[in-house]
Write a protein that binds this ligand. Sequence first.
Ligand code: FES
Length: 148
Amino acid sequence: MSESEFEPKIVAFCCHYCAYTAADLAGSMRLQYPPNVRVVRLPCTGKVDILYLLKAFEDGADGVYVAGCMEGDCHFINGNFRAKKRVHYAKKLLDEIGFGGDRLEMFNMSASMGPRFAEVAREMVDRIKKLGPSPIKTVQTQKSGDKP
Ligand code: FES
């Protein structure tokens, strides 16, 4: 499958107070961003667990990102710092197993950054297009192809 044919599935875990609102703003501003991104709203990125991130990949995402408030602006004080640590740890795990930590990223933005939300969505789609489909999908396709 060529880079241009591949349409990656991307899951974005977005904080209600910033990235989710920025996504709304991007919509109101009629900013174009790829439809590949599925937004999951969280009350704060501090809620994100490593298992959520890994489960998203297991369920077919080719890329995952977490978008939280700007550093120092988390409504729950340090939720975005906790998320940053978890994302960093999960990236290391994904690298160690050869999956590729680059498929996962953390971003910070404020509620007024609609254009930045759209830019991040495009950035992740471009990055994942270059990386290709998730290795999990390749294994699943091979397994289903093996069935009689
Ligand atoms: Fe937005 Fe914590 S409230 S990251």
